[in-house]
Ligand binder design. Structure first.
Ligand code: KG4
Ligand code: ZN
Length: 340
């Protein structure tokens, strides 16, 4: 029998990515074009610029991925693309490209929720059974979710204002670091002493698993604007911001574990999961609760095509006759609104 081979397309933010994943979860190819240089002068992603840039590279990236995997269209079982949530112009570029290729090649199309793809991504590299508790931390989202199946999620907590990644990025910007700030802030924090500045830890000590990061960002601004703050303090403040965010994420995760019922593992996904301090804190929470801790490799934490192809594989396994050609793109698409 021909192996199942899924083509995955990701265009919801500032990375254009295409990958091929087979039914043994082998990543046969992954091609990625980052737009970070394009958006850097603006200090953030410009949606219209992003959509056009996706359109320019998508066809070439797809050919690259097929070439690398030594595959051709007849070898593809189905085409999966992010249909939301995200910057809608970019999402539409990827989804329309995927739908058109699926129609032309007589393949099923699988609509992927970008958050679900992050949520399932650890299963691409580790043998984790459902249900597991997931901390999803990216530039747009901070959520604690029980993942029960490829299409079945229960949300225990979310942010009431900014996402953790946004807090990393905005604090980095205030510190004068270039976009995207998260990884830059982590580098700067390496040389810093996290005890030098005491920052507020929003929501810590309160019941539930919700987050709030807007106050922390304001506190960082006030420290920087203070008359005693000098350039030599930047690494210390970076370390304090990182330590505070990691602490808040870990404390809220512990609360969520007590709310979740029996779970098989603690899993972290999304761009902020690339942060070493965040991983360390969560690892400690998992150990304390005698749970395996799974964090995908760094390249799989940030946006990529392999997680989209893999989510497609999981959807196809649950529903072999799936075809989402008629599903519309959505700028907002909360995990709670997934089926199952
Ligand atoms: O999942 P992702 O690639 O894109 C979406 O938001 O969907 O996440 C990007 C976010 C950005 O806010 C970025 O600054 C943050 O993840 N990030 C990090 C690190 N790497 C990426 N934040 C802190 N430390 C890092 N090493
Ligand atoms: Zn993402």
């Amino acid at each position: 029998m021909k192996p199942t081979l899924i083509l995955g397309i990701e265009t919801s933010c500032d990375e254009t990515a295409v990958a091929l994943v087979d039914n043994t979860k082998h990543i046969r190819a992954h091609a990625l074009a980052s737009q970070q240089q394009t958006h850097a002068p603006y200090g953030g992603v410009v949606p219209e610029v992003a959509a056009r840039a996706h359109l320019e590279v998508l066809k070439d990236l797809t050919h690259q991925a097929l070439h690398h995997a030594k595959a051709d269209w007849p070898d593809i079982t189905a085409i999966a693309a992010t249909c939301g949530p995200g910057l809608i112009g970019g999402v539409m570029v990827g989804a329309m490209f995927g739908k058109a290729m699926a129609a032309a090649q007589h393949k099923p199309f699988i609509a992927i929720n970008h958050l679900a793809a992050h949520a399932l991504s650890p299963r691409l590299v580790a043998d984790i059974a459902f249900p597991y508790l997931l901390l999803l931390v990216s530039g747009g989202h901070t959520q604690l979710v029980v993942v029960r199946g490829a299409n079945h999620f229960s949300c225990l907590g979310t942010t009431r204002d900014d996402a953790a990644g946004e807090c990393f990025d905005k604090s980095a910007k205030l510190l004068g670091l270039p976009y995207p700030g998260g990884p830059q802030l982590e580098k700067l924090a390496d040389a810093g002493d996290a005890t030098r500045f005491a920052l507020p830890r929003p929501m810590v000590g309160q019941a539930g698993a919700d987050f709030s990061f807007a106050g922390l960002k304001t506190a960082v601004r006030l420290v920087i604007e203070g008359k005693n703050f000098g350039a030599e303090d930047a690494p210390h403040l970076a370390a304090s911001v990182q330590e505070t965010i990691a602490h808040v994420l870990a404390e809220r995760t512990e609360n969520a574990l007590s709310m979740a019922g029996k779970v098989e593992a603690l899993v972290v996904a999304g761009g902020v999961a690339a942060n070493g301090a965040v991983r360390q804190r969560l690892q400690a929470v998992a150990e304390k609760n005698r749970l395996p801790f799974v964090a995908p490799p760094l390249w799989l934490c940030t946006d990529n095509g392999a997680m989209i192809a893999h989510a497609g594989l999981e959807r196809l396994a649950e529903n072999p006759t799936i075809n989402d050609q008629s599903i519309a793109c959505r700028p907002r698409w909360p995990l709670e609104e997934m089926g199952g």
